[in-house]
Structures are given as structure tokens and as C-alpha cells.
Design a protein around this ligand. Structure first.
Ligand code: SD4
Length: 323
């Protein structure tokens, strides 16, 4: 068994045990009913996000509420430098945010190039629920957010500003996706009623061109949910997911019988076949099917995700193409 496999199996076998009696009862129900509920999220902050989502799912709440609650955790955390407050700015020093959300009824809402609002995921949900539209961008999205009661705040933390100033000294005008340390959060949940929802929120590629929008607010690219089949989300260099409509592809592959992991791997293979420059960038897909099975695949080693179900919390390393 190679090291990666070993680590993976170690993670699986060191599931955090929960001891509360209600959890035992739930575990029995879970065993009978299948793998519901479950929530999965990208990267390290997926753990805290899942913990915020979990009580909603455990109480029989909606997957939609769970994914929104989860996504809000890294959005508010100034230590997370690719999401919400504390996110690295664009090359002009402006923090611009992208997010989208999708429910079990094919409803979706999205905001892009949004400035000064700490919780773009909640604005995206308002777009979904309070407007006839799917997507609002820039100043219009901000105006709508304020009308909905969101506050305009300065999202550029001293840490993010210092990183931007240091980057500017080199004047290397390329968007940066750090292979080892992405922080965009994509979160997918299956609730006790068997309904799926997903959310994705990011400050995008650090030091991107002003006005650049990535995959994260684009339904089908950075997130897709089909309640008949499954859900998928993505992290990494968004241009590659947009060019291949990656998450829609992952869900469609699951419809045709691929497991979540196989579907993610095939979406990565298609990027590799079609996009010659793919090795320069990290991309990871994460998927959850209607039965509660999940899996991931990425280009470069290093992508991992967090899972929370009745058995506890796990952190799983994804297999990668360039391992
Ligand atoms: C983007 N996909 O804007 C996002 C960035 C990302 O971890 O995932 N960073 O392209």
C-alpha cells in the first residue's frame, strides 16, 4: 500500500467517534436508511464548515440551510485567504467575491464581482429566493445586498493587504492559484429527506485582473446539483472548469453510472485531454450522489476534503492525476 493510500485508509479508519446517545440512535437509523444525512466540503476549512452544517442536517433540516451555514464559516474567517473577509484582493488591491448556491428543486442564485459584503453566499441565496434572476454582478449585486439588509464592510484585512503589496513589488501580473493552499469552499449536502443542495464561495484567484470572474459563481462550472442524481463542486483554477463546464459534466457522468470518484476523475481527464496547459494549475472536483456516496479527484497531489456524517468527521486525501 503506498503512502497516500495508507494515509487515506488511516483517515477512514480514524473516524472521530461521537458518543452522545442521540447519535447512536441516529446511527441505527442511518444504517437502515442509507448514508443520509451527509455533508462534504473542500479543503481544511471544510471541517469547521461541516460542523456548522451538521446540526441542521442532524435535526432533519434542509440541505440548503446546511450548505449556506457551512459556507458562511470561512466567509467570516479572516485567516482564510481565498474566501470572503480576509480574501486576497485582485491586482488593484480590491477584494471581489464570487458565490453561488443551488437547491433540490433546480433553483439557483449567484453573485459575482461583489465587493464589500462579507457573506456573498447569503446574497446568492437572496438572489435565488427574492428575484426572478439567477445572477447579479458587481455594483448591482451590492445594491441588491444592501436593499436586503446586508452591510457594506471593508473586507481587506491587514494580512491580505500586506500580501498584495509584497506581490506588487514583483509586478508579476499573473493570477495566482497556489497548488498547496487553496481555500475556496465548495460544500455539498444530502439531508434526511434525501434532498441535495450545494454552495460555493470564493475571493477567486489571488491578484487576478480587476473584473475577473472565476468558476465559483457559474452554475455548471463551479457547482451543479441535480436532485435526481447528485451534486458536484470544484476548486482550483476556475478558467479550466468554465472551459469544460466541469461540475455539470461530473453530475451527468454520475447519471450514466459513474461513481462520484470516477466521475471526478473523468472530468479531470477531459481537462487534461482538451487543455494543453492544465499541468500549470490545480483543479479538484468533489462529488456526492443521491445515495450518499462521495468522492473526488484532482490534477496535482494535495487536494483533500472533509466529510461529516453520523459516524463523525473525516478528512480524506483525493487521488490525483499527476501523483
Ligand atoms: C476561482 N475556483 O476563482 C476559484 C479559485 C479557487 O481555491 O478555487 N481557489 O477560479
Amino acid at each position: 500500500m503506498n503512502k497516500r493510500k495508507f494515509l487515506r485508509y488511516s483517515f477512514l479508519s480514524t473516524v472521530t467517534a461521537l458518543t452522545a446517545p442521540s447519535v447512536t440512535a441516529m446511527a441505527k437509523r442511518h444504517a437502515k436508511k442509507g448514508k443520509k444525512p451527509v455533508v462534504i466540503s473542500t479543503w481544511n476549512h471544510g471541517g469547521p464548515a461541516n460542523e456548522a452544517a451538521w446540526p441542521i442536517l442532524a435535526d432533519g433540516g434542509r440541505a440548503l440551510d446546511a450548505v449556506e451555514a457551512g459556507a458562511r464559516v470561512p466567509e467570516a474567517d479572516p485567516q482564510v485567504t481565498s474566501v470572503g473577509y480576509g480574501g486576497f484582493p485582485d491586482r488593484d488591491g480590491v477584494v471581489t467575491l464570487d458565490a453561488c448556491i443551488m437547491d433540490e428543486k433546480q433553483n439557483c442564485g449567484s453573485v459575482a464581482f461583489l465587493q464589500g459584503i462579507k457573506h456573498p453566499i447569503s446574497v446568492a441565496r437572496k438572489v435565488m429566493e427574492e428575484t426572478p434572476h439567477v445572477m447579479l454582478v458587481g455594483e448591482g449585486a451590492q445594491r441588491f445586498a444592501v436593499e436586503q439588509g446586508f452591510e457594506i464592510e471593508n473586507l481587506l484585512t491587514p494580512r491580505a493587504e500586506a500580501a498584495w503589496r509584497e506581490w506588487k513589488q514583483e509586478s508579476y501580473y499573473q493570477p495566482v492559484i497556489n497548488i498547496e493552499n487553496h481555500d475556496t469552499i465548495g460544500i455539498l449536502a444530502l439531508d434526511q429527506d434525501g434532498h441535495l443542495s450545494g454552495a460555493c464561495t470564493t475571493s477567486g484567484a489571488a491578484f487576478k485582473m480587476h473584473g475577473r470572474v472565476g468558476d465559483s459563481p457559474i452554475i455548471g462550472a463551479g457547482l451543479y446539483v441535480d436532485n435526481e442524481v447528485g451534486a458536484a463542486t470544484a476548486t482550483g483554477m476556475g478558467e479550466l472548469m468554465i472551459k469544460t463546464v466541469g461540475c455539470h459534466q461530473v453530475v451527468e457522468l454520475m447519471r450514466h453510472g459513474y461513481t462520484p470518484e470516477e466521475a471526478c476523475r473523468e472530468a479531470i481527464e477531459r481537462i487534461a485531454r482538451k487543455l494543453g496547459d492544465y499541468k500549470q494549475f490545480q483543479v479538484g472536483f468533489l462529488a456526492l450522489d443521491k445515495a450518499g456516496n462521495y468522492g473526488a479527484h484532482c490534477i496535482h497531489p494535495g487536494f483533500h476534503y472533509a466529510v461529516r456524517d453520523v459516524l463523525g468527521a473525516q478528512r480524506i486525501s483525493s487521488k490525483s492525476k499527476l501523483e
